[in-house]
Structure formats: C-alpha cells, structure tokens
Ligand binder design. Structure first.
Ligand code: SME
Length: 159
C-alpha cells in the first residue's frame, strides 16, 4: 500500500487533529466498506501511540457490539444507556469524561483507563446512530475539548 501516516508528535492538539484528519482522508480514499474504514481509523489511532484504546462499537438491536479497535481487549457488548458508550448512544451526544471515576456507571474494560471520549456515529443521511467511536487515555484529564473536536471530525469520516 505504501501509505504512511506521519505526524509530528509535538504539534499543538488542534494542528495534530487537522493533520491526522487530512492524512486519514487520503488513506481512506473512496473505500465504501464501513468496517474497513473503521479498522483503518482504529489502526492509525493506535499507531499514534497517544491513546490507551481507540475503537468502535456497533449498534446491534438494543446493544453495542465491539467493532474494530486498537489496544487491550475490551468488553464485547454494552446495553443502550449503560456506561459512557451506551449513554452517548442513548442521548445521541458526544461525551468527554476527564475522569472516568467521576462518571456514574462507567464500564472499566481496562483499569488503566482514566479519561474517555465517546462520539456517536450517524449514518450517511444523518438519521440513525450506527455506532460509537470510543477513545481511552491513561491520564486523568488526558483528553480535553481539543480532543473532543478532533474526534468529532474523525467520526464524521465513518458515517
Ligand atoms: N468505558 C466504556 C466501555 C468501553 S471501553 O472503554 C473500551 C464505557 O463506559 O462505556
């Protein structure tokens, strides 16, 4: 394939995400398979080595089911309304959790995770939620509003 994602590690966050999104658009091209696109985004986010876990959960009935990810093993199924992922799905709102220990009902797939962002993903005509993008960080306050905006833009590359 020959395409390599190269982003300077020390860029300020808004520039980092702008560059990441730009390069992802090139890599994803016009591939239409959603799972392939998710797998590629998860791989690239893993390659940045900035996050503990980065991946997708897909809506299946009244549950989210684990999709493509990079990072440690994670729970397979999350009920609607449960945890950060199930709450983002139920409320149809992106959630930034600076400290997961402060989020009632947070599901600790890894005890190493201390902050988290979950972005609902809508299908192309922007009606239905088809899944969520979930990012975990090892630090409390490891993720902030700049990360939230960056991941909203990245999630838009999937729907
Ligand atoms: N912490 C999530 C569960 C998924 S893992 O972080 C990969 C939650 O509370 O929904």
């Amino acid at each position: 394939m020959g395409q390599i994602i190269q982003i300077k590690a020390d860029l300020p966050k808004p520039l980092f995400y702008r560059e990441l999104e730009k390069q992802l658009r090139v890599v994803l091209g016009d591939e239409s398979n959603r799972i392939s696109r998710m797998a590629t985004v998860a791989s690239v986010l893993g390659e940045t080595k900035k996050f503990l876990w980065a991946g997708f959960y897909l809506v299946e009935g009244d549950e989210l089911v684990l999709g493509p990810f990079s990072g440690p093993l994670a729970c397979f199924r999350i009920k609607k309304g449960r945890g950060v992922c199930g709450t983002a799905w139920a409320t149809e709102k992106a959630i930034l959790v600076p400290n997961v220990h402060d989020f009632p009902g947070h599901i600790a797939c890894s005890s190493l995770s201390n902050s988290e962002i979950v972005i609902p993903i809508r299908d192309r005509n922007k009606k239905k939620i088809i899944g969520v993008l979930d990012i975990d960080h090892v630090d409390v306050n490891g993720l902030d509003e700049d990360d939230l905006q960056g991941f909203k833009n990245i999630a838009d590359l999937i729907g």
